[in-house]
Write a protein that binds this ligand. Structure first.
Ligand code: HMG
Ligand code: MG
Length: 299
């Protein structure tokens, strides 16, 4: 399969990157981050979550962040919505696209959203109906596609089942998440082969956490499988509060470096991206998780 000529980068740093941060981050700093990512040319930025603040306290200010960001035409500013309540809150905050999130493993589904996989899928049906009424697109996530922190191995067939359900109920794209970052390139290819038989590959995205240092290899393995949409996080920030020890997503800067090297277009500007990454690392008092950013700052 030839490599894609264009890849879409979904920047999940403000959501997946920051949701796990214990220290308070001001609304102003979150807004500055989103605006800096917009300036870098990203055309999809996941800004926050409309989830229970008891479950994920850091995302509590998402409506205020949405109220203050500078929206650039052509850029999608998305948010997670786990239930109808979250969807309605998102609409009230002027969100134009939401994402629902399911898991390929029962135990993770219980820990993350307090219900079974099938209950979660049922819960998404009214969201899909409401989204259609509002003319809002819905993205779908499947977590634990290459392993579960509670159950261990996850069969690709199980991933395919959940991904197919999300696609069938109207998610325009399904992002397959290696939540705990244990996947390897071979497992990634096998997973896309199996899921790709149920959902068209141009409707699938890769979402790789880098816990075991495999995320870049998994992005490349996915490219070889014809996948052309990747979720990534500025400065490699993040982790999931319900997957202990899970590190951040693959760093946006590093994926961009790979894609630039392959001559694959993204529309994203490296210099501006590095500025955005440096800014948020300064706020967090943290060294960047991006190898490219580290190398550039050492020059
Ligand atoms: P629950 O406790 O079963 O919900 O949580 P409930 O319906 O029984 O409600 C309990 C309380 O939560 C009530 O408040 C509700 O009003 C409130 P109380 O009466 O106790 O004061 N509530 C809400 N508040 C705000 N917004 C809402 C909302 N819904 C209920 N939308 C629930 C179920 C889904 C709400 C909860 O489990 C939850 O919020 N989970 C979110 C978990 C989460 O955000 N995880 C991280 C994102 S997923 C991820 O990172 C993976 C991903 O990156 C891909 C990958 O890497 O694999 C996407
Ligand atoms: Mg994630």
């Amino acid at each position: 399969m030839p490599l894609p000529s264009h890849v879409r980068l979904i920047e999940v740093g403000p959501r997946d990157g920051l949701q796990n941060e214990a220290q308070p981050i001001s609304i102003a700093d979150k807004v500055r981050l989103v605006d800096a990512l917009t300036a870098a040319g990203l055309d999809y930025i996941e800004v926050g979550s409309f989830v229970s603040p008891k479950w994920v306290p850091q995302m509590a200010g998402s409506a205020e962040v949405f109220a203050q960001i500078q929206r650039k035409p052509g850029v999608t500013y998305g948010a997670l919505a786990p239930n109808l309540r979250g969807f309605e809150d998102a609409m009230a905050a002027g969100v134009k696209e939401v994402a629902v999130f399911a898991a390929a493993s029962e135990a993770f589904s219980q820990r993350n959203i307090n219900c079974s996989i099938s209950e979660s899928l049922e819960r998404f049906v009214p969201i899909m109906d409401a989204a259609r009424q509002h003319g809002v697109s819905v993205r779908g996530y499947v977590s634990c596609v290459l392993g579960c922190p509670y159950e261990g191995d996850v069969a690709p067939e199980q991933v395919a089942l959940v991904a197919r359900e999300l696609y069938a109920m109207g998610c325009y794209e399904v992002s397959l998440g290696d939540t705990i970052g244990t996947g390897t390139a071979g497992a990634t290819r096998r997973m896309f082969e199996v899921v790709g038989a149920q959902v068209p590959r141009d409707k699938l995205a890769g979402h790789f956490h880098d816990t075991y240092g495999q995320a870049m290899a998994n992005v490349y393995a996915s490219l070889l499988e014809g996948i052309a949409v990747f979720d990534s996080s500025i400065a490699g920030l993040g982790g999931c509060p319900y997957a202990k020890g899970a590190s951040g997503n693959v760093a946006t800067e590093d994926v961009l470096y790979l894609l630039n090297g392959l001559g694959i277009e993204t529309g994203v500007d490296m210099q501006q991206l590095l500025v955005a990454g440096q800014q948020i690392c300064d706020v967090l008092g943290r060294v960047t998780g991006s190898r490219v950013a580290k190398a550039r700052s050492a020059q």
